[in-house]
Design a protein around this ligand. Structure first.
Ligand SMILES: [Zn+2]
Length: 503
């Protein structure tokens, strides 16, 4: 088989279509080891009864399925509202959540139902490898990350054999960082020469921690800011700018008119009335059984979450949920060790984006999903939209790692010299500027936040221009309008004046 492969490769080279130069033993001397992209949560579909006429995607599912299930419980919801009966309403919501997501639950051993599978998982194919192409590793987000790590181990071996390289580069997005953590903990870093973590919840995310402790809060300020921060990332083709600007204005008007407060108050009332039942009868028995989601719970929440989510005190599922704590506890040391052994490590995380407005910790600065302090392995951060305290900054001996906007101190990070921060960068949003940084990291030798003039430690994302710029000072609506004169930035500027006048 190897000989046949070599022969085919030779023919291809003779044809002049490939720049790589494999030696007679099948090894490649192109000097660029292949990239494996470890995808985020939801990188592949979870399907019920795949290949049958009843086939149904459960994650990420289609609107039709969600609406059909909603239609089935609507009479019950209508009756509950009519009778003002919160028990009936809670029952209807439980039925709905079960119909949509019930089959995602794992059994007492932490295994999936036999008829719920991931039929589209990638197998590495072809030998194409370059800074612009990668092998996509996807996985079932529900499972124990150590199980995904086992598959990644096989996947890496396949990619090495296909390309004739004895090392690979791992680029991990979001939950891919949990798979990486389990992988490094079990298999070490042999045969890896670059590790990139893009918005990875390496120490968890407060959203998972708080949700698994039942701490849900609808905060109107957080909701308004979330709306404002997410609006610029909408994809609506040519109408983008006008639509974004109008929605931004709408969010501010709704907040100003007290409508968001009313919506939140109503939401809070519903949560108070039905929350306990929905958690007990639907959320805990379904999502509490997914070790993949447990990997996102920060250490400081874990014990309380175990009690709240009623994790069984023994058995396969219990063991899988607890096992990942080792991966999380060791990730700092495992990455430091990799770096000491010459692996090029690059952590990059967003900050100053308002996070999902559903949890009590809505002030924690983040990329909208993952807290900056957890993705950066320990940065000290001001609250979202706020600088660090003056007292903290004045007491800092070394201000080399302080961001020019005074929002982040990276000196407390585990790997301060190879951790980048991008202001206003929404979780895992594509950005050509950041891709350029990745390109440099993958094609240079050992890199640090001082390696590239254009990419210092603190950057700000410009979604309109699809690039990043060095942070020079605090966010300023006028400056943003001057650099990128769009309708959205004009509205932002006008509202910033309005807020100052009415404050
Ligand atoms: Zn090569």
């Amino acid at each position: 088989m190897k000989k046949v492969l070599s022969l085919i490769l030779c023919v291809v080279i003779l044809c002049g279509t490939l720049l790589t130069a494999p030696a007679a033993d099948g090894s490649c001397s192109c000097g660029f080891s292949p990239i494996i992209y470890v995808g985020p949560l939801g990188c592949t579909s979870v399907v019920r009864d795949a290949g049958t006429e009843n086939e149904q995607v459960l994650w990420k599912t289609d609107t039709k399925f969600l609406l059909a299930n909603l239609k089935a419980v609507l009479p019950k919801i209508g009756k509950a509202i009519l009778l003002r009966n919160s028990d009936l309403l809670a029952g209807a919501i439980v039925d709905y959540v079960y119909a949509c997501f019930g089959d995602l639950a794992l059994d007492a051993d932490g295994n999936s139902k036999a008829n719920v599978t991931t039929p589209d998982l990638n197998v590495p194919q072809g030998d194409r490898h370059s800074p612009d192409s990668d092998y996509y590793f996807d996985y079932d987000f529900r499972l124990d990350p150590y199980d995904d790590a086992d598959r990644l181990h096989t996947f890496i071996a396949q990619v090495k054999s296909l390309t004739g390289h004895n090392s690979v580069k791992l680029k991990c997005s979001s939950m891919g960082g949990a798979v990486l953590s389990a992988y490094l903990d079990k298999y070490g870093h042999d045969g890896i020469d670059v590790i990139i973590c893009r918005c990875c919840p390496l120490l968890g995310t407060a959203v998972a921690g708080e949700a698994f402790c039942g701490k849900i809060e609808l905060n109107p300020t957080a909701l308004a800011r979330y709306g404002e921060d997410v609006v610029p990332f909408l994809e609506a083709g040519f109408a983008d700018d006008l639509l974004e600007g109008s929605l931004y204005a709408l969010v501010d008007v709704l907040k100003g008119a007290g409508i968001l407060d009313a919506v939140c108050a109503l939401g809070e009332k519903v949560i108070r009335d039905v929350g306990d039942t929905v958690f007990r009868d639907a959320l805990i028995p379904i999502f509490g059984t997914l070790p993949g989601l447990w990997a996102l719970v920060p250490d400081e929440y874990f014990d309380e979450a175990v009690s709240f989510m009623q994790v069984p005190s023994e058995g396969g599922l219990h063991d899988k949920i607890f096992a990942y704590r080792n991966a999380m506890a060791h990730i700092e040391e495992n990455l430091k060790e990799a770096k000491r052994d010459g692996v090029n490590v690059c952590l990059i995380c967003g900050y100053n984006v308002q996070r999902t407005p559903l949890v009590t910790l809505w002030r924690s600065t983040s990329d909208g999903t993952v807290d900056t302090k957890y993705a950066s392995l320990g940065a000290t951060c001001g609250n979202v939209k706020e600088p660090l305290d003056d007292a903290y900054i004045n007491a800092l001996q070394n201000k080399t790692y302080l961001s020019p906007d005074r929002m982040i101190d990276a000196s407390t990070c585990a790997l301060a010299d190879c951790t980048w921060f991008v202001r206003d960068w929404l979780h895992c949003n594509g950005n050509a500027g950041i891709d350029e940084l990745f390109h440099l990291v993958m094609t240079s030798g050992e890199v640090s936040v001082r390696s590239f003039e254009r990419f210092p430690q603190f950057l700000e994302a410009d979604d309109d221009a699809d690039t990043v710029r060095p942070v020079t000072g605090a966010p300023n609506a006028f400056e943003r309008l001057r650099i990128s004169p769009s309708y959205l930035n004009l509205i932002r500027f006008l509202f910033s004046i309005l807020k100052r006048v009415t404050a």
